[in-house]
Design a protein around this ligand. Structure first.
Ligand code: ADP
Length: 281
C-alpha cells in the first residue's frame, strides 16, 4: 500500500506511525556532555535501587571516571543523604550546578532543590516527570563518563516518561528474591524494549545474610526466583548483594563512599566492558 504521509486518514499501524524515542527526548544544554547513561530500575520502592545506584557510581568513580547521579526518584530521594549532602544546590543564569560528593561525584536530586529536605514532594505524575526532565536539561553537568539515573520505582507513568525523555544507553533491574520477580522483570524488560533500550542485567538485593561466626549464608526470603527470571529473558545476574549491617550503617551514616564490599565489582567491570566510556563514532 502506498503511503500518503497523512496518518489521520489511514488506519495502518505501520512503523512510520509510531512516535519514535527521539520524539520525546529532552535536549541537554550546551554544557552537558554525557558519554554513558545507565538507568537503575525496580518494581517497587525499598528493594535497594538507590543503594545500587550509589554503589555503582562510587565504584566507577574509584576507577577514575567522571561520574554523576541524576536522582529521578523525586518522591523518595535518598541519594544525597547517603553521601552526606545537604542544603540547596547553587545555580547561575545558565542553569543549576550539581552538588559534588567528597570523591567528586556530581549529584542532583529533588532533596537538593527544596527549601528543607523534610518537605514532602506531593506533586502529581506529570509534574514529577517534568522535574526529572529539568534535572537533565537545566543542570550544567559538564563532561561525564558515566551518569546513573535512580529511576522512580515501578513501571508506571512516571518511569515511562523518564525512559522516554532521557538518552539512556541501558538499564539495570534491581529485584529482591521475595518479589514477584518474573512479573516485575517482564514489565521492566517490556518497557525497555518498547523504548529500544537494552537491559544490561539483573541485580539481586537482600539475597542472604551471612552468619558472622560460621559464614553460613542464610536465605532469609527462601530460594530465589531471580535466576529463573534472568534465564527467561536471557539476562545475566550481575550481582547478588546480601543484607549487610555494615552496608546499612555506612548508608545511614552518610558515608556511602567509605563502603567496602566486592559484591558489585563484577557488575562495574561488565559496565565498563559493555559500555566503554569512549563511544564509538
Ligand atoms: P529503593 O531505592 O529501592 O527504594 P533503597 O536503596 O533506598 O531502596 O534501600 C532501602 C533501605 O534499605 C535503605 O535504608 C538502604 O540503606 C537499606 N538497604 C538496601 N540494601 C541493603 C542491603 N543489602 N543491606 C542492608 N541495608 C540495605
Amino acid at each position: 500500500m502506498s503511503c500518503s504521509g497523512n496518518c489521520g486518514s489511514c488506519s495502518s499501524d505501520c512503523e512510520d506511525r509510531k512516535p519514535s524515542k527521539e520524539d520525546f527526548m529532552v535536549p541537554a544544554n550546551k554544557y552537558t556532555k554525557v558519554k554513558r547513561m545507565i538507568g537503575v530500575v525496580s518494581g517497587k520502592g525499598g528493594v535497594g535501587k538507590s543503594m545500587v545506584t550509589s554503589l555503582l557510581s562510587i565504584l566507577m568513580r574509584r576507577k577514575g571516571y567522571e561520574t554523576a547521579i541524576l536522582d529521578a526518584d523525586v518522591t523518595g530521594p535518598s541519594i544525597p543523604k547517603t553521601f552526606g549532602l545537604h542544603g540547596k544546590v547553587a545555580a547561575n543564569e545558565e542553569g543549576i550546578i550539581p552538588a559534588l560528593s567528597n570523591t567528586g561525584i556530581k549529584i542532583v536530586s529533588s532533596n537538593l532543590l527544596l527549601d528543607t529536605e523534610d518537605t514532602p514532594v506531593i506533586w502529581r505524575g506529570p509534574v514529577i516527570a517534568n522535574a526529572v526532565k529539568q534535572f537533565w536539561s537545566e543542570v550544567l553537568w559538564g563532561d561525564i563518563d558515566y551518569m546513573f539515573v535512580d529511576m522512580p520505582p515501578g513501571t508506571g507513568d512516571v518511569p515511562l516518561t523518564v525512559f522516554q525523555s532521557l538518552p539512556l544507553d541501558g538499564i539495570i533491574i534491581v529485584a529482591s528474591p521475595q518479589e514477584l520477580v518474573a512479573m516485575i522483570v517482564a514489565k521492566a524488560v517490556n518497557m525497555a524494549n518498547a523504548m529500544d533500550i537494552p537491559v544490561l542485567g539483573l541485580i539481586e538485593n537482600y539475597s542472604y545474610v551471612q552468619c558472622g561466626s560460621c559464614g553460613e549464608k542464610i536465605k532469609v526470603f527462601g530460594e530465589s526466583h531471580v535466576d529463573e527470571a534472568a534465564e527467561k529473558f536471557g539476562l545475566p545476574v550481575l550481582a547478588r548483594i546480601p543484607i549487610d549491617p555494615s552496608l546499612a550503617w555506612t548508608l545511614d551514616h552518610e558515608a556511602a563512599e567509605d563502603f567496602n564490599g566486592d559484591w558489585l565489582d563484577g557488575a562495574a567491570a561488565e559496565l565498563e566492558k559493555r559500555y566503554p566510556a569512549e563511544k564509538e563514532a
